[in-house]
Design a protein around this ligand. Sequence first.
Ligand code: ATP
Ligand code: MG
Ligand code: MG
Ligand code: MG
Length: 409
Amino acid sequence: LATSGDSIRRRFLDFYASRGHKVLPSASLVPDDPTVLLTIAGMLQFKPIFLGRYLYLVPREVPCATTSQRCIRTNDVENVGRTARHHTFFEMLGNFSFGDYFKKEAIKWAWELTTSEFGLPANRLWVSVYEDDDEAFAIWHDQVGVPAERIKRMGEEDNFWTSGVTGPCGPCSEIYYDFYPERGHSDADLGDDIRFIEFYNLVFMQYNKRDDGSLEPLKQKNIDTGLGLERLARILQKVPNNYETDLIYPIIEKASELANVSYAFADDPTKLKLKIIGDHMRAIVYLLSDGVVPSNIGRGYVVRRLIRRAVRTGRKMELHLAYRAKMPFFCMTRTGFPVEITMEVADERGVSIDMKGFDVEMENQRRQSQAAHNAVKLSVGNGADLTENVPDTEFLGYDTLSTRAVVEG
Ligand code: ATP
Ligand code: MG
Ligand code: MG
Ligand code: MG
């Protein structure tokens, strides 16, 4: 079964599309919302709809939708690489109901998606519910069949979701994957992030949080969910952390190559640096492509900080030296761009060129082509060199273009 990041995204969207959801595109990382700096969750583009204001791109006729939303969470920047599951940039897969289906369907579909579609063993799944949400507890227990010892009631911090200080919110229920089911139930703690990973959050959006902190019931009950693509990829690809999934690892591999290290044999501090680079590069590229430019305020400052940290981390691995040497060399050998002109351009822009590194690469290249040349020395069975005893050939191309003419001639 296909478990690449791309396939997981496709399978999630198809699953909900075949259950009546309209597949909509991700919104920009720059939200159309003054209460948040960057898009932190899939629900953000639907906030006006949840609040009952149908001003937005989703027409009233769309009762439910599904998306893969690009997200940035700067509050997780310190967790990057230190936990196996947090990124600054990640993709949140989501299914949304705008006053259409509610708790029962959301829970049943989430279970079917994880156990049938993605095949996760039911006995490795734990769920959390908001402390007084007896209804959610009963659906998980009586209708889905999750044993009571694997349903945890949790408090406001974990299981009451709000997108900001104000706005739509509600109790939520999360699905966790257990990497060590043999450890039993008695003292299991879902906060133990070696044993468990939270990957799917179902929010029962039924209130609007007002400025004074009070909860106003919404006219209609909504569903907002978020499933971390990198987290599900990590589980399905059976790798030790999100960074080693096909969604991030190619960046780490490239950075390792440039820094002349091997991720597999690297020590933990080096691995951490490579993870930071893998994480921040994705965030930087997506922020820039959504039009955020580095500056000293707001969103611009977020991208500037990420660029600085990625660059600093790279410099600590001397990645810039390896990169510079490979870059004057790359220009010349692959594109035929002469090294003198590269030097001239670099000089005009106040950038230095690593000529020592260039010479080393040049020498390597010379040795390799010499070796290749030796390897293809032409000889026949008895060891005689084929190039011996071959008479000089005459070039006929000035007078004729046809190969037939040469043969005939
Ligand atoms: P955690 O407790 O692990 O920090 P969360 O409870 O803050 O996660 P939610 O706000 O519930 O996360 O977001 C919904 C889903 O998005 C999570 O269940 C998870 O799969 C994913 N997710 C959240 N934050 C991150 C992150 N920083 N990096 C990668 N995935 C994330
Ligand atoms: Mg979090
Ligand atoms: Mg959580
Ligand atoms: Mg959560």
